[in-house]
Design a protein around this ligand. Structure first.
Ligand code: ZN
Ligand code: ZN
Length: 211
């Protein structure tokens, strides 16, 4: 699996280009992100944008990227309802309205996205940060895209926004500890490039400590 990380502004999420055709999450800085994508691929090459959850810092650039690339957009079925809601998407925190996004694919736990090269992303429903948060697991390279559920070095997602739950988050992290993860690609901050299992254990401890 070939992964390129794009980070634009301080509050924007990490965005990941996977195998040159799939984008996981976007940014608040739309022009900045498009510039970075186009340094790597012609933007029309994008086929699918997968959103790890409905928050504005991950979704804001979607309409413009779709306009330029005609990529489809996928998100978990629960968060599909929140993506264009200014409150639930937390767009109001950025003094913006929620972006108008047409959802083409809705996911459930266990769904699989074919990403070419015989590789697949498995959808793992991990509620806690939002009700419809997902992680994406690629088994061959033991890679996990964790959105805002967990971060490197034992970080955990906030649970104080609407739909958040510490109890759900802890259960979700427990679910992730059952996977064998070498590389962690979180929604914010640095990538963990080896033995991510250890970092996930630290996140589980941190989450349990919040009870
Ligand atoms: Zn975020
Ligand atoms: Zn978030």
């Amino acid at each position: 699996m070939e992964v390129t990380k794009f980070t634009t502004s301080q509050y924007s999420a990490n965005s990941y280009l996977v195998n040159g055709t799939i984008l996981i999450d976007t940014s608040i800085d739309t022009e900045g992100l498009i510039k970075l994508i186009e340094e790597k691929i012609p933007i029309e090459q994008l086929e699918l944008i997968v959103l790890t959850h409905c928050h504005f810092d991950h979704t804001a650039s979607v309409p413009e990227i779709v306009r330029r690339s005609h990529a489809r957009v996928g998100i978990h079925k629960v968060d599909a309802k929140c993506v264009s809601d200014t409150e639930k998407s937390v767009a109001y925190l950025f003094h913006k309205d929620a972006p108008a996004i047409n959802i083409d694919e809705v996911y459930e736990n266990g769904d699989v996205i074919d990403i070419g090269n015989g590789e697949k992303l498995e959808i793992i429903h991990t509620p806690g940060h939002t009700k419809g948060s997902i992680c994406l697991y690629e088994r061959k390279s033991k890679s996990l895209f964790s959105g805002d559920t967990i971060f490197s070095s034992g970080g955990v997602g906030r649970t104080d926004f609407e739909g958040g739950s510490v109890e759900e988050l802890t259960k979700s992290i427990e679910k992730i500890t059952k996977l064998d993860v070498e590389i962690l690609y979180p929604g914010h901050g640095p990538i963990t490039t080896d033995n991510a299992n250890h970092h996930i254990q630290l996140s589980l401890r941190a989450s349990k400590g919040m009870w």
